[in-house]
Design a binder for this molecule. Structure first.
Ligand SMILES: CC(C)=CCC/C(C)=C/CC/C(C)=C/COP(=O)(O)O
Length: 294
C-alpha cells in the first residue's frame, strides 16, 4: 500500500506509464494538452541513467530531484520496502507549491499556445492569413526599425528631432542586447509547430523567450506615444499594432504565450530605462558636439 506522500495525482511513484519524449511538454517542445500531467508522469518514470532526456528533466525541471535523491524511482518491485527516509528527505519528496504553480502555468502556456497557433503552417486552420501575419512580422523586425531610425537621424535637420531619434536608436540597440542576453540565458526552444522560415535572424533567435518582436512593439509604441504628438485615433492604432503584433507571434507558432507576455513587460520596462538615461546635449554633450562638427 503506497503511502499518500509518495503518490502524485493518485499514482504510486514506481508505477509504469507514458515515457518522456522529445517534443513533449516536459521538454518544452510545445506538446500541448495535458502537459502538467505528462510532466509529472515523465518525472515518475525516470530511472537513474536510463534515458538522457529523463536525466535532463531530473536535473533541470524537478524541484524534487534538484534538491536531493529520489529513492523510490530507483527501487525495483523485487526489492524489499525501503526504510522510511529521514525527516528532511521526506519533506523533499513533496513538490513545493511554487513548483506546482510554475508547472501548471507552463502546461497551460503550452496548451494555449498550441491552440492559438492557427497560422503555424499553410495547412493550419487559418493558414490563408499567414502572409498577413508575416507582413506584421516584418513591421516589428529589428532591421527595418534600425535602418529607418538611422536614415531619419541622418536626414533630420532639427536638434529636437535628432535628440529623439538618437534616443530611439539607443532604445533599439538596448532592446537587441537585452533580448539576446535573456534568450541566451534561458534557451527556451521555439514551439515544435513553428516553421523555421523567419527573415534574417541572429543566432540566439532560435530561442523563443522572450519575444523580440513583443519587446520592440511595447518599447517603440511607448516611445512613440511619449514623444510624438498624435491624434487619438493614431494613438489607438499604435497600441493596436503592438497588441496584434504580439498576438501574431503566437498565431504564427513562433512563440508561446508567456514569451510574448514577458516580452511586452520587458519592452515596457526598457522604455523606463531609456527615459531615465535620456541622452541629451546636457548629459552626453560629446555625442552632440561630434555631430555639430560634421
Ligand atoms: C545591428 C544588428 C546586430 C542588427 C540585427 C538586427 C536583427 C537581425 C534583429 C533580429 C530581429 C528578430 C528576428 C528577432 C526575433 O524576434 P522574435 O519575436 O522571434 O523573438
Amino acid at each position: 500500500m503506497p503511502s499518500p506522500r509518495r503518490t502524485i495525482e493518485g499514482r504510486p511513484l514506481g508505477s509504469s506509464g507514458g515515457s518522456s519524449v522529445p517534443g513533449s511538454p516536459a521538454h518544452g517542445g510545445g506538446g500541448g494538452s495535458g502537459g502538467g500531467r505528462f510532466e509529472f508522469q515523465s518525472l515518475l518514470n525516470c530511472r537513474a541513467g536510463a534515458d538522457p532526456a529523463c536525466a535532463r528533466l531530473r536535473a533541470s525541471d524537478s524541484p524534487v530531484h534538484r534538491r536531493g535523491s529520489f529513492p523510490l524511482a530507483a527501487s525495483g518491485p523485487a526489492q524489499a520496502a525501503p526504510a522510511p527516509p529521514p525527516e528532511d528527505a521526506r519533506m523533499n519528496l513533496n513538490p513545493s507549491f511554487l513548483g506546482i504553480a510554475l508547472r501548471s502555468l507552463l502546461a497551460i502556456d503550452l496548451w494555449l499556445s498550441k491552440k492559438l497557433g492557427v497560422c503555424a503552417g499553410e495547412s493550419s486552420a487559418w493558414g490563408s492569413v499567414r502572409p498577413l501575419m508575416k507582413l506584421l512580422e516584418i513591421s516589428g523586425h529589428g532591421i527595418p526599425w534600425l535602418l529607418g531610425t538611422l536614415y531619419c537621424l541622418l536626414r533630420s535637420d532639427s536638434w529636437a528631432g535628432r535628440e529623439v531619434l538618437m534616443n530611439l536608436l539607443f532604445a533599439l540597440l538596448l532592446d537587441l542586447l537585452l533580448v539576446a542576453v535573456i534568450k541566451g540565458l534561458v534557451r527556451r526552444r521555439r514551439p515544435a509547430h513553428n516553421q523555421k522560415d523567419m527573415f534574417f535572424t541572429l543566432s540566439v533567435d532560435k530561442y523563443s523567450f522572450p519575444s523580440g518582436h513583443a519587446t520592440r512593439a511595447a518599447l517603440v509604441s511607448r516611445f512613440i506615444l511619449n514623444h510624438l504628438v498624435l491624434a487619438i485615433p493614431l494613438r489607438v492604432l499604435v497600441v493596436l499594432w503592438a497588441f496584434v503584433l504580439g498576438l501574431s507571434r503566437i498565431m504564427l507558432g513562433r512563440h508561446n504565450v508567456t514569451d510574448v507576455a514577458f516580452g511586452f513587460f520587458l519592452g515596457y520596462m526598457q522604455y523606463s530605462i531609456v527615459d531615465y538615461c535620456w541622452l541629451s546635449p546636457h548629459n552626453v554633450p560629446v555625442l552632440f558636439v561630434l555631430w555639430n562638427q560634421q
